[in-house]
Design a protein around this ligand. Structure first.
Ligand SMILES: [Mg+2]
Length: 313
């Protein structure tokens, strides 16, 4: 199969919203709605580095889109279009069909249209997705807006995906935890719902400690997080025990939940909007003027935490 046949067979779809010109020309032409700004994110996943080599192709496709949707969610933006750069050791029709089905399952859930792509042969599978969305300029969530006194919140539960990855690598049972790694649920609806009141946001890809630290650094503030307040799933607690579950929740990656800083006066409204969006949120700490990330145990025994999350290099 040559490149043209491959794209045509697996990746050509009807055009989506705002697509003036889609796949088939040298570039896509896209209409950003009036009064909105373009938001662009990109994420590359490499077989054996970001996921186990034996991960099913449908999950690889799903994750490649979901991790980008998560970045769009962290900006409070509306996802619209994506491009795909795919490097493969061989063009295996079964693999491609499964990959495309997973990729479009994630894209279709948010009305995202594939508007272009490139395929090439390489020594290992590398999937790079660029996602484009838009947002009202007054409601773009940044990392730099946290202020002392803000409540620190996270969505969902933490640590599940890190446990799920271990289960996948060991070939052990545990469907809930493995699903949390294989099919992360991007918090797009939550990000959009709270974009105009949250002060700062980031999605948790490298672990809460590492990603919250990015908010704190960008905002020039610090925070204390209560380890006992970290939201943990029953499945993680049963598998790991409380101490290891909290460690995974703090430092494990791949959860793709949102971490947000919310001004105290807006916390009630924030919680109401999250409920309306159908996403659980948990207040895990508070932003402070003193730089650095500190961990308490139920508010006591406060000590600095400097454990890194996922190391990219
Ligand atoms: Mg991110």
């Amino acid at each position: 199969m040559d490149e043209f046949e491959l794209i045509d067979r697996y990746f050509r779809r009807t055009v989506g919203h705002g697509v003036a010109l889609g796949i088939g020309d040298d570039g896509a032409v896209l209409n950003v709605p009036n009064g909105r700004q373009l938001v662009a994110v990109v994420d590359t996943t490499v077989a054996g580095v970001h996921y186990p080599d034996n991960l099913p192709a449908a999950d690889i496709g799903y994750r490649a889109v979901a991790v980008n949707l998560s970045d769009i969610a962290a900006m409070g933006a509306t996802p619209s279009w994506m491009t795909l750069a795919l490097t493969l050791p061989a063009s295996d029709p079964d693999w491609l069909e499964q990959f495309a089905s997973g990729m479009f399952a994630a894209a279709d859930a948010y009305g995202v249209a594939l508007v272009g792509g490139d395929t090439t042969r390489g020594s290992q599978t590398v999937v790079s997705v660029q996602l484009l969305g838009h947002a009202a300029s007054h409601a773009i969530l940044k990392r730099s807006g946290a202020r002392p006194g803000d409540g620190i919140y996270v969505s969902g539960t933490l640590g599940d995906a890190a446990a799920g990855l271990q289960l996948l690598q060991k070939g052990e049972a545990g469907d809930f935890l493995k699903e949390r790694f294989r099919r992360p649920e991007a918090r797009v609806t939550l990000g959009q719902a709270v974009a105009s009141i949250a002060g700062a946001a980031i999605d948790i890809s490298d672990g809460l400690a590492a990603d919250l630290d990015r908010i704190l650094t960008a905002s020039g503030v610090g925070a204390t997080v209560d380890r006992q307040a970290l939201p943990l799933s029953a499945e993680l607690l049963a598998w790991a025990g409380a101490d290891e579950a909290r460690r995974l929740a703090l430092t494990g990656g791949d959860d793709y939940e949102l971490c947000l800083a919310v001004p105290a006066v807006d916390e009630a409204e924030f919680q109401r909007l999250a409920r309306q969006a159908g996403v659980s949120v948990t207040r895990i700490g508070v932003a402070e003027a003193t730089p650095g990330l500190r961990i308490s145990t139920g508010g006591a025994d406060v000590r600095p935490l400097k454990e890194p999350g996922f190391r990219h290099f």
